[in-house]
Each structure stands twice: as C-alpha cells, then as structure tokens.
Ligand binder design. Structure first.
Ligand SMILES: [Zn+2]
Length: 243
C-alpha cells in the first residue's frame, strides 16, 4: 500500500487519511486517486476477458466435433485415393496396328469402319507405350501402364504410376461429340484412386495425363481426322472420314 507523505512534516500517513496524523495538515491525495484511475482499465480488461473466454462447453464441443468430422472426411478421401480402382486386366490379345489402320483410313481411304475390342486397344496401348516409358517416367513417379475402358458413349483412360513402390491410379473419362464434321471430346470427370473428381476440376487435372497424350500424339492427331468415333460396351468403332 502506498503511503501519503505530508508536505509539511514529511510524516508517512496511511493511504486512507485526509489529514496528517502528525501535524494535522491536509494531505495531497491526488497520487492515490491517480493510482485508482490507472487500475480501472485493468479492471475493465479483466471483465472483458471473463466475458469472452475461456470458451464455454457448447462452443468447445462444436469445434471438437467439426475437427473430428473434417479429420474423418480427410481420412475417408485418403482411403478412397489409396484404393486401387478396377482397371482392365493386362491382356494377352495380339495388338492390332491401330496407328497404321488410322493412317490408311485418313489418307488412303482404304478402310470403312474400324472396330476394336477393349482388349485389343489395351494390347495396343501396352505395346505402344513400352518404348515410351522413359519419356513417361517422372522423377519419383514411374510409369507402370495405361488402360482404356469403354462403355456406351464414354471412354475412360486409366493410368497406373508408382511412387516408392506404391501404385497411384488416376483415371479420366471422355465423351465424344461429333458435330459439324469435327470430333471433339468433353471430359466427364475423373478419379484419383477411387476418389471422384468433378469434370470442372478434371479439366485442369488434365496435366496428370499430359505425358500420356504427348506419347500418343500420333494416334490422337489421326483420330481427329476420322469421321466418327463411337464407344460402346467393351469396344470402339472408328469410322473413316467421308470424301
Ligand atoms: Zn504533517
């Protein structure tokens, strides 16, 4: 406790005194009131702290539950990402010469409709991409295989890559729109593992498949010259351009 020093006799008086206990002189109390005022903001601050925190139980529970739900969603997504999808099994079919067939159809009008089964296309992909593996390998990511699966109206391209011995699967799905004599494709979604990716995001995710597209650039260009490409369950029909 502060003492009030008398200006007259220098006697130290208790803080609550108004007159000096020794000489009866009126004491200067301005120091005491100033100190009281200085304490006030601290008091206000303490009351505010009490009002705002610590968080009450309902608030704390809400955040705990939210964090748990978020963690569960993240774990579920990671599990989905890690799960291998059902890709077409490696095939023993004899690879057809798809590139030559397409060339003949595009430039020499030698063939009508080309018909390939899903197995044949996968055999071709395996054969064609073996020589391009070095171009498809990225630091840490080793190219394993690419697959195609067909169903009515859509084609899904799958890619298996390996990271430290763990397989990472990505798939992208396309629809073919043949309009005004030009073939164009629309992405209808994709997956990483079994985790679905919205088509709008997959359009940007195409970077995942960029290496594959450049490895198959020749086939891609030739397909663009065809009259029509139609996917059906287990196969694809490619129609030569009309002359
Ligand atoms: Zn005094």
């Amino acid at each position: 406790m502060t003492k009030l020093v008398c200006a007259e006799c220098r006697h130290e008086n208790e803080a609550e005194r108004i007159y000096c206990h020794n000489c009866g002189e009126r004491l200067d109390r301005s120091a005491v009131s100033a100190q009281k005022k200085a304490q006030d903001p601290q008091e206000v601050h303490r009351r505010l702290q009490k009002m705002l925190g610590p968080p009450n139980m309902a608030r704390r529970n809400f955040f705990t539950v939210s964090k748990l739900a978020l963690a569960a969603a993240v774990v579920a997504a990671l599990v989905e990402i890690a799960l291998p999808p059902e890709l077409p099994a490696p095939t023993k079919a004899v690879p057809p010469q798809v590139d030559l067939d397409l060339e003949n159809a595009a430039f020499y009008q030698k063939t009508g409709a080309l018909e390939y089964s899903q197995d044949q296309i996968n055999a071709y992909l395996a054969y064609r991409l073996t020589s391009k593996k070095t171009a498809l390998n990225k630091p840490l990511l080793t190219f394993v295989r690419a697959t195609a699966s067909f169903r009515d109206g859509a084609c899904t391209i799958g890619m298996e890559r390996s990271l430290f011995g763990y397989s990472i699967y990505s798939r992208t799905s396309y629809q073919v729109d043949a309009g005004a004599g030009k073939i164009s494709t629309t992405n209808v979604g994709g997956w990483i593992g079994r985790f679905p990716i919205h088509p709008a995001i997959m359009r940007f995710g195409d970077i995942i498949f960029a290496d594959l597209w450049s490895a198959l650039e020749r086939e891609h260009k030739l397909l663009g010259k065809m009259g029509a490409v139609s996917f059906h369950d287990g196969g694809v029909t490619i129609t030569a351009p009309a002359r």
